[in-house]
Design a protein around this ligand. Structure first.
Ligand SMILES: [Zn+2]
Length: 168
């Protein structure tokens, strides 16, 4: 009489949830904005204050990876960096403007992504924007640094990466 139930199986991940763990810090490295919210409270000038805590993947790039439109060029740019980290080639292609999108995209599994730094971002008008960033990675033990100013356009309510200029 086998009354002992078998051990419970591990629940499968929900469909489409490949990639990062929702509670983990987002790969894009975005921080909470707690530091900038203290209006009227100047404290300890000169000290490196204002650094928030890492934002969870679920509260940062995951919604865009799951299909919601990223609201700004910066959000899209961050989500694309995270997609590189997580190996979401389909997402990278889907957010690439059809006019400049490659037919296929092979992500080098040997690339180790080290971090993203958004230097500047601005809207040129309601449908065009730019984001300047530095992305660091390592491939085969060699450090790489990509400093790019990327262009984005919004079509039918969605932002797309168009292209970019590599900076110094
Ligand atoms: Zn993120």
């Amino acid at each position: 009489m086998a009354t002992v139930p078998p051990s419970l199986p591990v629940p499968p991940a929900p469909p489409g949830a490949k990639g990062g763990a929702a509670a983990e810090p987002c790969p894009c490295g975005r921080l909470t904005v707690a530091g900038s919210a203290k209006a009227g409270k100047v404290e300890q000038a000169g000290k490196a204050s204002g650094a928030g805590k890492p934002l969870a993947y679920a509260a940062c790039c995951q919604p865009w990876h799951l299909g919601q439109p990223a609201p700004t060029p910066e959000a899209l740019m961050r989500s694309r960096y995270s997609a590189f980290v997580l190996g979401l080639a389909d997402y990278l292609l889907a957010t690439w403007h059809p006019g400049t999108r490659p037919l296929t995209l092979e992500l080098d599994a040997g690339t180790q992504w080290l971090g993203l730094e958004v230097r500047a971002h601005r809207l040129l008008d309601g449908e065009r924007g730019e984001v300047e960033f530095v992305a660091r990675s390592r491939l085969a033990g060699k450090g790489q640094r990509l400093h790019e100013r990327s262009r984005f356009v919004r079509e039918a309510g969605r932002w797309f990466y168009v292209d970019g200029d590599v900076r110094g």
